[in-house]
Design a protein. Structure first.
Lengths: 285, 364
């Protein structure tokens, strides 16, 4: 009697059950709650009043700011991260540079939230180490911008760059040396190889990573909340206001409508991401 | 059909040039990959470099392509020293071992890529790329991407891409090794047909003896960074110039022999020598399996050529039978499969030797 495989077959999906349960409990269920709440009032009666909030000037501005912040930090992160990843991949695959960079990026990509905000406040905030040190030397560092949109772009870029390195490295590893050599033997200069082969091949992967970074920044909350305690210049902070503000108390379901708007934006980004990733995976496997 | 073939051949043909590798040296740290390699390819011929892994054959090809720099020596193509010329200025076409088609381009775009770099007009390069695709029999696949083609088709496109630029030299770096046996044999013949048609001087690197012997005008057997022998396939097989070549190329049986009077006495059978100047005395005779015959041994029959069948291998039309001759070693015979029935494992057999000239090696 031949031994039966314990893995594979119909029971293979059992292994992913805990993950699926987790996703169902903490992603799908909250999404359903948010979607349902966006269309009901506090007495659970159907209403469109909540989604009308999405047309309010302040909410529209917050979405515009969120998109601008996410786009700016994604572009900065993608460009700088891609350059760093390129430098890493051209070195020794088993070398110290690659090992160190991937390890550091692995940590920094997760280094967001209050800790990161505090690190920046402590460095270049009003009473930051660098601010005070410079003040003693003479120049007064302007610090107000750190607590506004430009500050958020800088702070978000701090975790976007390493995330890009981690996401983009596998794509760069997928670029075969034979393609460069083939281009060379056919008469191509390094620039022509870069322009006609490397860039077109890596574009889907780059765009995919850019969309991932966009979604990552768009959904970030804690860092912005720690930096900006007053006002709601981006969408996640608008949700905070809807849930906690004494002035607009009882607007929890309006917050759910804003959250639903955010889910839709992220869903569009992730759908595009899946589409470009599919092409990238086919080319760079 | 003939007209078409002539047209395509004209589109890609370029007078073959002589290629000279002179005293090429290349080391990687403490490892010497090429140890003063001298190799001359005549205009229009195909030379196959054959050898075990690490013998330096791929390094030689990469130095010729300019993909690596030599530590010493010269590369001369068509009378011009190209040793310091960058790869993209050498005008050589190369087909790689692993599929190297640009995956974001169709077959036609891949083939036209070299022409695009040469700023050939859209119309002209499409026409010429189409012709070369036709030459390799892939016109119908012109709009397909690499992932939509089989391995054999991809390598044909890679060949077409290399030929489209009308290369001075065609370099083939184990282009068949990733293919299955049937496709490999088909494509091998296809490469040879195309090469003869376009007349480009070609260097073919392989570790597959059958491939090298079947495809090349001359075979260069390499060992430890040096060329052991460069000769037509039949000479390499039948007249190996060194013990390494004799042992590396083809299967063979080494039987104890004594050289005397310009002949070799192999276990009592007198055979002519390939090299009549072989020094007299004890030696080992290299006997090819196809020169070994078998007959049923009579009951109680003994002698140095009587032994026991220890293995049989079915290879289709032919089979190989290994006979243990005791202290003399083992003899390998290749017979038509229809003649192997009486030689089951464990049976007694009488080994016969065809009176072919044999190569002798120094005693072990």
């Amino acid at each position: 009697m031949s031994p039966r495989r314990v893995t594979g077959g119909r029971l293979a999906w059992l292994g992913s059950l805990p993950f699926l349960a987790y996703v169902g409990l903490f992603l799908l269920a909250p999404t359903v709650v948010v979607a349902a709440g966006a269309f009901t009032d506090t007495a659970n009666r159907p209403t469109l009043a909540n989604v009308r909030v999405l047309g309010d000037r302040t909410v529209v501005d917050s979405f515009v700011n969120s998109i601008a912040l996410s786009a700016a930090s994604a572009v900065i992160g993608a460009v700088l991260g891609a350059v760093l990843a390129w430098v890493v991949v051209t070195g020794n695959p088993d070398g110290a540079l690659r090992r160190t960079t991937t390890a550091v990026c692995g940590v920094l990509a997760q280094f967001g939230g209050v800790t990161l905000a505090f690190a920046f406040i402590a460095s270049i905030g009003n009473q930051g180490l660098v601010t005070l040190a410079l003040a003693q030397l003479g120049p007064q560092l302007s610090t107000g911008w750190l607590y506004e949109l430009p500050g958020l772009v800088l702070v978000y870029s701090y975790f976007q760059v390493p995330l890009m390195v981690l996401v983009f490295l596998p794509a760069l590893d997928g670029v075969r040396p034979q393609w460069r050599e083939a281009a060379e033997t056919l008469g191509g200069s390094p620039w022509q190889y870069f322009r006609h082969v490397a860039v077109p091949l890596l574009t889907p992967a780059f765009l995919g990573a850019l969309l991932l970074l966009f979604a990552n920044a768009f959904a970030a909350y804690a860092t912005a909340a720690a930096l900006i305690s007053q006002g709601a210049i981006i969408a996640p902070l608008q949700i905070r206001t809807a849930l906690t503000s004494e002035v607009v108390l009882g607007q929890a379901n309006a917050g759910k409508a804003i959250a639903l708007g955010m889910i839709l934006v992220v869903a569009v980004a992730m759908t595009l991401y899946a589409l470009v990733q599919r092409r990238s995976a086919r080319w760079l496997r | 059909m003939t007209t078409t073939t002539t047209t395509t051949a004209t589109a890609t043909a370029r007078a073959g040039v002589e290629v000279r590798l002179e005293q090429l040296r290349r080391t990687y740290g403490s490892v010497t990959a090429l140890d003063g390699l001298d190799l001359v390819l005549r205009p229009g011929e195909m030379v196959a470099l054959l050898g075990p892994s690490g013998c330096g054959k791929t390094t030689a090809l990469r130095l010729l392509a300019g993909l690596e720099d030599a530590d010493g020596g010269r590369v001369v193509v068509g009378g011009q020293d190209v040793t310091r010329l960058p790869t993209n200025k050498r005008g050589m076409g190369m087909v790689f071992q692993a599929y190297s088609l640009f995956p974001h381009m169709t077959a036609l775009q891949n083939v036209a890529f070299g022409l695009r770099l040469r700023k050939v007009s859209d119309r002209e390069r499409t026409r010429r790329a189409g012709e070369v695709l036709e030459l390799v029999g892939l016109s119908a696949q012109a709009d397909r991407y690499a992932h939509q083609m089989s391995g054999g088709q991809q390598q044909r496109v890679a060949l077409a891409r290399a030929l489209a630029i009308q290369p001075t030299v065609l370099l083939l770096d184990e282009p068949l090794s990733a293919l299955d046996a049937k496709v490999r044999a088909q494509l091998r013949d296809e490469i040879r047909r195309v090469q003869l048609e376009v007349g480009t001087t070609t260097l073919f690197v392989t570790h597959d003896q059958e491939e090298a012997l079947a495809i090349a005008d001359r075979v260069g057997v390499m060992n430890a960074g040096r060329l052991e022998q460069l000769a037509p396939p039949t000479d390499v097989y039948h007249r190996p110039s060194s013990s390494f070549v004799a042992e590396f190329v083809g299967l063979s049986t080494k039987l104890p022999a004594t050289v005397a009077g310009g002949r070799a006495d192999v276990l009592g059978v007198s055979l002519p020598l390939v090299d009549a100047a072989a020094p007299p005395g004890p030696a080992r005779a290299v006997v090819r399996p196809e020169a070994v015959g078998l007959a049923a041994a009579g009951p109680g029959e003994t002698g140095p050529l009587v032994g026991t069948v220890v293995a049989t291998s079915f290879l289709g039309a032919v089979s190989r039978v290994t006979v243990d001759l005791g202290p003399a070693g083992q003899a390998l015979a290749q017979l038509p499969t229809s003649d192997v029935g009486g030689f089951a494992v464990g049976s007694r057999a009488l080994v016969t030797l065809r009176p072919d000239a044999v190569v002798v090696l120094p005693p072990a």
